[in-house]
Design a protein around this ligand. Structure first.
Ligand code: SF4
Length: 229
């Protein structure tokens, strides 16, 4: 595992749980608005944190933290992810996994082996705009497959999207809603222009209140629990 950073405490990352956050290094997307360039651009990678350091830290927090949230970068790029999760769960923690949805096979494996308790998947765009928004060419059918796997997993989950002015049109937002379909939880995050992978995006605007309300009304239609973060 390439662990780039650890946040020792969070009250907001795992709904209803107190957790630590593990940030893995490396991502197969290049979303220009990404707020974690140091986990995406190899030139910005810092020295990795040994897994044993993480496990020792978690041993000292047993009974104080409920869970560990694993995010990135893209955690499912790491083929030994299941081994780290196994060790974390062995210490009695719940595990939340954040993913961009490009590795449905690993999601199936983790779900099938009861290694995840909460799944959070980013939905970047409707499928026909995915490559443009993420900056890479890939098989977008993987995204639909991951959505279906997560919805049918029986594991608690959320989908979430970060949106900004001029990224997508109203029609594309409609198509994005159709891609998600009926779902339990969907969180819309307004873009905040500060540290970004592409520095030009530091000048891009957050959604206006009007646009935010309009897109929320479209995206919330088939969602049991919808919120703007
Ligand atoms: S936003 Fe997420 S998926 Fe996109 S580049 Fe950053 S870490 Fe990767």
């Amino acid at each position: 595992m390439r662990i780039g950073a650890i946040q020792r405490f969070s009250l907001i990352d795992y709904p209803g749980k107190i957790c630590a956050i593990v940030f893995t290094q490396g991502c197969n997307f290049r979303c220009p608005y990404c707020h974690n360039p140091e986990l995406v651009n190899p030139q910005l990678f810092t020295e990795t944190i040994p897994q044993e350091y993480l496990l020792n830290f978690l041993r000292t927090r047993q009974g104080k933290l409920d869970a560990v949230s694993i995010t990135g970068g893209e955690p499912t790029l790491h083929l030994d992810l299941h081994q780290m999760i196994d060790q974390i769960k062995g210490l009695g923690y719940l595990v939340k996994l954040d993913t961009n949805g490009t590795n449905p096979e690993m999601l199936e494996f983790l779900i099938g082996n009861k290694l995840v308790d909460y799944l959070a998947m980013d939905i970047k765009a409707p499928l026909n705009r995915y490559e443009k928004v993420t900056g890479v060419k890939f098989n977008t059918a993987l995204i639909r497959r991951s959505i279906n796997i997560i919805k049918n997993s029986g594991v608690e989950y959320e989908f979430r999207s970060t949106l900004m002015e001029d990224l997508l049109t109203d029609v594309e937002i409609l198509n994005m809603g159709e891609l998600i379909g009926k779902a339990n939880r969907f969180y819309l995050q307004n873009f905040v222009p500060h540290k970004t992978l592409d520095i030009n995006y530091q000048k891009v605007k957050s959604l206006s209140p009007e646009r935010l309300a309009h897109w929320s009304s479209i995206l919330s239609k088939n969602i049991l629990e919808f919120a703007v973060r």
